[in-house]
Design a protein around this ligand. Structure first.
Ligand SMILES: Cc1ncc(COP(=O)(O)O)c(C=O)c1O
Length: 390
């Protein structure tokens, strides 16, 4: 069980807003804020390189924390700027040929799709979209049927940006493992929200971000790569973090996942990310997930009672994100109206989710998203705001 009083006492932001934009960027706990500020202060006092040396244990700890979160080992973790960079560094390392196939799902994220499309256009590989099943999650039987010798990669978004769906990652991983096809899992919205265990899922590559459900600093992200895959993947960019320049003019790429990092990095953010992961682990991911589901279920029930509201989320398992429309009101106007009342939500447009929203005829929607530190009053403020729309 989450100690809500403690969680809120640790979150100064809850005194300012009803923050229901956790799928965008969550409010950090004061421990994370303090760690970043302290680190920056130290840099200002003694210098950036000197602070990195002095605080080495702190930023190195972040790899251990992430490894624990994901049930991986620290050599399998890279810390980068954001989830997109993490995903791209891995994805652009795979080599495709004409006739190769890449499978993805309807939940695919805009930036991932754009990269898939660029690579498909360049190489002659083909992207095949696996349909959703009757629940609105990826159809695992259709995925299994779609796999043949030409399939070189499966890309799956665990929890999409545009809806409350939680895709059945473990069932997908079972299929990809049996077929020997690498599974690239976008865990950007799931890490910190629900249990994400790379062994249980059976994914080979995973990307995540700091600022969403992990409540870490902006400008931080991470990549997991299965040990056996790391040395098979040559990153699309190399620098002197990723590789050593040798006497004879050649270079040697690092054997661990840090080959996907670059030399200059946001050390304060890296430290803050580690503190955020520790904080989540201390609360317990199972407890976080239970509380999120409870709150999101409550919010859906409350919204259902509001005239003109249509809930949009589909899926056998639903998480923190609750999307909806209100008859006669543009989502952007609703967001702004709520913001003026101290309630944070965001807007999702079709251009962020062409495969999903396109298929469902959704042009734009309000996206609200709870976290464990929200309380019932936060939910009521959203509902009251909607009732006050005119
Ligand atoms: C499902 C999903 N994947 C990837 C991303 C990209 O994350 P980042 O902005 O950290 O690159 C997001 C961000 O909203 C997302 O929701």
């Amino acid at each position: 069980m989450i100690d809500l009083d403690r969680a809120r006492a640790d979150t100064p932001g809850v005194h300012h807003v009803a923050h229901l934009n956790n799928a965008g960027s969550a409010l950090p706990p004061r421990q994370v804020h303090r760690a970043v500020v302290d680190y920056l202060t130290r840099e200002a006092e003694i210098g950036g390189y000197e602070t990195a040396n002095e605080r080495r244990d702190d930023w190195e700890h972040t790899y251990d924390a992430l490894a624990q979160l994901l049930n991986a080992s620290r050599e399998e973790i890279a810390v980068v700027e954001n989830a997109t960079r993490a995903w791209d560094m891995a994805f652009y390392s795979f080599r495709f040929q004409p006739g190769d196939r890449i499978l993805t799902g309807q939940a695919e994220y805009a930036s991932n799709w754009i990269a898939l499309k660029q690579v498909a256009d360049r190489t002659g590989a083909r992207i095949d979209v696996v349909p959703d099943d009757e629940h609105g999650q990826i159809d695992v039987a259709a995925l299994e049927a779609a796999i043949d010798d030409q399939v070189k990669l499966v890309s799956l978004v665990h929890v999409p940006t545009q809806s409350g769906l939680v895709n059945p990652a473990e069932a997908v991983g079972k299929v990809t493992r049996a077929a020997g096809v690498p599974l690239l899992l976008d865990a950007c919205q799931s890490a910190g929200q629900l249990p994400v265990d790379v062994e249980a899922i059976g994914c080979d590559v995973l990307s995540g971000t700091g600022r969403k459900f992990l409540r870490g600093p902006r400008g931080t992200g991470f990549l997991y790569l299965r040990r056996s895959l790391i040395e098979q993947l040559e990153p699309p960019f190399l620098d002197m973090r990723a590789a050593d320049w040798l006497d004879d003019g050649s270079y040697r790429i690092r054997p661990d996942a840090r080959r996907f990092e670059n030399w200059e990095t946001y050390y304060a953010g890296k430290v803050g990310l580690g503190v955020a992961v520790d904080y989540a682990l201390e609360l317990g991911i199972d407890a976080i997930w239970a509380r999120i589901q409870e709150l999101a279920t409550q919010l859906r029930a409350k919204l259902q009672e509001v005239d003109g509201v249509t809930l949009l989320d589909r899926g056998a398992v639903l998480g923190a994100t609750v999307t909806f429309t209100v008859d006669g009101h543009e989502p952007a106007a609703i967001r702004d109206f709520l913001a003026a009342r101290g309630v944070n939500v965001s807007v999702m447009d079709r251009s962020s989710a062409q495969l999903d929203y396109g298929a469902r005829g959704i042009e734009t929607a309000v996206r609200s998203s709870v976290h464990y530190y929200n309380n019932e009053n936060d939910l009521d403020r959203l509902v009251e705001g909607l009732k006050a729309l005119r």
